[in-house]
Design a protein around this ligand. Sequence first.
Ligand code: HEM
Length: 466
Amino acid sequence: MGNKHYIVLMPSLVKQFFVQRPSVLSSDSFLHWIHDKYFGDGGASKRIPEHNFHKVHSTFNPLMREPFLSTATARMRSLVEEQVIGLIHLPSDTGKRGLWERFANFALVGEKSAEADLFPLVMSFVASIAGVPIMGLAYVENNHRVVEDLWAFDNAFGALLAGLPGLTPKLVKARAARTRLLAATKEWNEAVAAVLEGKDPGPKWKDLSDVPEMMRLRVKTLRDTNSEEIFASVSNLAVYWALMVNSNKVTFWMLLHIVSDSELLENIKKEITPYARRGAANKQSRLALDVDGLVQNCPLLKATFFEILRLYTAGTSYKRVQQGMILTESPEDAESLGKPKPQTYHVKAGTFLVIPHATMQMDPRLWSNPDIFNPSRFLVPDNENGMKMRADPRHLNAFGGGQSMCKGRLFAEREVLIFISGILTAWEFKPAGGKTKIEIPKTYYNSTGSASPKSVIRVQVSRRAS
Ligand code: HEM
């Protein structure tokens, strides 16, 4: 991209990278690039004064704080408790089929089970719920194609980011989806702004009362800074996109690994049982999930989440060097590469530093047998009670690090644990088509952040009996 890039792969240098101030290492150039090439803002983010750009960017911070965390988690929990029973509709069920069943090539197998493609099933089921706590129900309900469009748009992430012209059918589709997503978000921005100004947003947007304070603040800040309309649309579409592109895939991979390993499945079911209960009277009634219990008292569940992040996410931390700096590797890093002494790097202003986290997550200096799925690598004795174990993320930086570290990370962890516990409590999965095992497929990366499966994983789904 016309500039010198240094790829940082030394664990000790990664640590030094993360502690730098934004005046030394800045994300701005990369964010402008994404806004322009991927989201198509035509350079608007670059045009707005730097202090206003940072003011808008800082409105991500409430994602990490109360009241957002509790309110959004409670909404997510409640929706999963109520809707997970409709993941699959069996002949005895009432209610409308979900869009996710159509995407998953749903087919009944007798009265008590159905077959479905697990990846689209989980991706779209999670998406249909996860948008609500952040954007509010009206955004999702008024835009029936929003999930489908997001996948089409994100599938061309690499090509759009590289600035390729829209010649292939995939790129043409991605650009058309992006146009619709931006239009939907612009309309939503205007409706939320109208509510903030005490005006009537019109019948289509009559209830925006569930839009969280954090998103209202973004709309207000975009107005207060007189931001161009396209920048406002891109900024809030970016939140919806960040919400969707990693957690859904992580949920899929985590569910797949758990249901394909009977021992892990039994151990996790046992661990979550006190915190994930089914309605006693009626098997089809809503669940009751205790999120604090799942997050704090289920080390194996959490360790499995960390192991899935390690194996299937591929985030990048990408910064421009604003002030020349010196980085020195540790003696251990030097030794691992057979160097007689640690090497020092003089990094010039104007160059870029990049950490490809997927590479770090597979580094044998950090992880023994990195190719093997092994959640227990994250289990360590609890400091307060040595008889118990706790999950420790150790050297995992799947959410990046430093100032630009993922602001949705606390929410994402809760989200994935809620979905996994809800699905495992309500449903059972077996291999479909007479197979004896649910296989773990190979992966590919053509969209943002996390891996997609290379082949279709067809499963048989039935309601859990006990
Ligand atoms: C498992 C799920 C997720 C993963 C693996 C993930 C990963 C990442 C990574 C690698 C970054 C860049 C960090 C860096 O520059 O060093 C990032 C940024 C970000 N993520 Fe996530 N993310 C996840 C879920 C979410 C969710 C649910 C949200 C909610 C909206 C979210 C919101 C954000 C935001 C706002 C940023 C930009 C932070 C900033 O520039 O200050 N993420 N994420």
